[in-house]
Design a binder for this molecule. Structure first.
Ligand code: PEP
Length: 254
């Protein structure tokens, strides 16, 4: 039985007071309604990691970061490394988000190195894969997703893969309000798990959590999370509202 994960990617949003208010509102809901058997991760911008970390101490919330360098230290102005994130209480790091791929040219070997950096610091990568609309239109979406996971993950030993969470995020569904249907999500998640099975065997593949991301909201979460191979969600826009994010958490906890 895989524990479901709901992770809220705040992207480049909120001021510090707003971020703390969102955290407080979420904590209040979580204290008032027990949610069980679920990992809930909030992923604020870098400057808010320490204050948010202090606020969620001894709560069920876990802390994630949106990116990290492949290097541990050194002359890389503007970068933040996995050891730094670890030292401020981060437990999960998003790697290969489509916005990093699209706007910052991240792909292939670089993403594999980032995954390694995260794992070397006992953190959990949330590795994102997914196809743009044109690729789906051409029927090449399975090939692309296969390539993305092969390039970034298939060098890992099984123990490391088991610490990794995969997020399938079709690019055409991110921030667009267009969600994959539960059938489309399940089809790709089953395909990803099949690739993991071929490489690592069924015992390992059955334990890896595969999240769906792309315009998840309070209205569609339940149907998506009910799919056999969908183990929760990576949520962008809807994670910026405590009430809606909490409804998504509840949908996963059912
Ligand atoms: C994301 O940022 O990973 C995401 C899925 O965003 P949204 O939920 O807004 O589509």
């Amino acid at each position: 039985m895989r524990t479901k994960v709901v992770a809220g990617n705040w992207k480049m949003n909120k001021t510090l007071p707003e971020a703390l208010q969102l955290t407080a509102e979420l904590l209040t809901r979580l204290e008032n309604h027990q949610v069980k058997n679920i990992e809930v991760v909030i992923i604020p911008p870098f400057p808010y990691l320490i204050p948010v970390s202090e606020k969620i101490q001894s709560s069920v919330l876990r802390l994630g970061a949106q990116n990290c360098s492949e290097h541990p230290w050194g002359a890389y102005t503007g970068e933040v490394s996995a050891p730094m994130l670890k030292s401020v209480g981060v437990q999960y790091v998003i790697i290969g988000h489509s916005e990093r791929r699209q706007y910052f040219g991240e792909e292939g070997t670089k993403l594999a190195q980032k995954v390694d950096a995260v794992l070397a610091n006992q953190l959990h990568p949330i590795f994102c894969c997914g196809e743009p609309l044109i690729v789906r239109g051409d029927g090449r979406h399975f090939d692309l997703v296969k390539l993305q996971i092969e390039e970034a993950l298939f060098h890992l030993p099984a123990e490391a893969l088991l610490k990794t969470i995969i997020a399938y995020e079709p690019v055409w569904a991110i921030g667009t309000g267009k969600t994959a249907t539960p059938e489309q999500a399940q089809e790709m998640h089953a395909f990803i798990r099949e690739q993991l099975t071929l490489k690592y065997g069924a015992a390992v593949a059955q334990q890896v959590r595969i999240l769906y991301g792309g315009s998840v909201n309070a209205g569609n979460a339940k149907a998506l999370f009910a799919c056999a191979d969908v183990d929760g969600g990576l949520v962008g826009g809807a994670s910026l509202k405590a009430g809606e994010f909490f409804e998504i958490i509840q949908a996963a906890a059912q």
